[in-house]
Design a protein around this ligand. Structure first.
Ligand code: GLP
Length: 249
């Protein structure tokens, strides 16, 4: 009952709405000389949001110089230079086009030795706290209901960690990686608890492949079978949908 949702005719209109929310958040903080902490998502879903934010920067002078970003997740293992890494994605789709300071960019590191991952994850959590927490978390959803890479089975109190990817997630990604055999088996992801600490969460879903996951939010049950249902525990969630993603509500 605390899930507010907005329905748009298509992804472009929905993305326009979200980019305006982010634009005004950054702008009002800029005018107070305050920083803005954004939690960012990757994949196909946020591409148009980033396009529109780049246009805000180019055409309306929106400055990212006081923006701090934390990305939800990264594949493991992966090199940042890999075209399929979320590092590469973020630089190509947003960071290289705006005036963000590289020291303000935080993305889980897919190159670490296994033994070094727990410390890295703890440091990532601590960094978020150091900056006062995430002001605005942008989220997509996987066809299996994952948020970040919190696959089905993830606990509500989970933190940033290494996780084994679900079969469905890997097959959704296989085409990009040139087949299932080349698709990473693991990822480092913010936890459910990490995500739920954000002050505001905007979750977007476009297309019919997301309809089943979205419909789970409108069941009574909160279940780790559908990690997206944990969003019901958060007081400030907005769902932004196109008609196809909303078709099973
Ligand atoms: C990916 C990412 C998620 C993303 C989701 C949906 O694997 N780890 O953060 O929200 O799955 O991806 P897409 O937007 O490409 O459909």
């Amino acid at each position: 009952e605390n899930i507010h949702f907005r329905l748009f005719k298509n992804k472009s209109l929905g993305s326009d709405y979200i980019s305006k929310l982010i634009h005004s958040k950054i702008e009002s903080n800029n005018s107070l000389s305050k920083s803005t902490v954004l939690g960012l998502a990757t994949g196909a879903s946020p591409k148009k949001v980033y396009e529109k934010l780049i246009a805000s920067h180019n055409e309306q002078g929106l400055s990212f110089s006081k923006v701090i970003t934390f990305n939800l997740d990264e594949y493991y293992p992966i090199e940042p230079e890999s075209k399929n890494s979320y590092h590469y994605y973020m630089f190509e789709n947003l960071f290289k086009h705006v005036d963000i300071d590289p020291v303000n960019i935080f993305i889980p590191d897919g190159t670490l030795e296994l033994d070094d991952i727990p410390d890295h994850c703890e440091a990532f959590e601590n960094k978020i706290e150091e900056f006062g927490g995430v002001d605005f978390q942008l989220l997509g959803v996987g066809s299996n209901g994952h948020i970040g890479f919190n696959e089905p089975g993830s606990e509500i109190n989970s933190k940033t960690r290494l996780i084994q990817l679900d079969q469905r997630t890997r097959s959704d990604a296989a085409e990009k990686f040139g087949g299932l055999n080349n698709t990473p088996k693991y990822a480092i992801t913010m936890g459910i608890q990490t995500i739920l600490k954000a002050k505001k969460i905007v979750c977007m879903a476009w297309g019919s492949s997301k309809a089943e996951a979205i419909s789970q939010l409108f069941n009574k049950e909160i279940t780790k079978k559908w990690p997206i249902t944990f969003l019901k525990e958060h007081p400030q969630v907005e769902l932004v949908l196109d008609e196809e993603a909303a078709s099973l509500i």
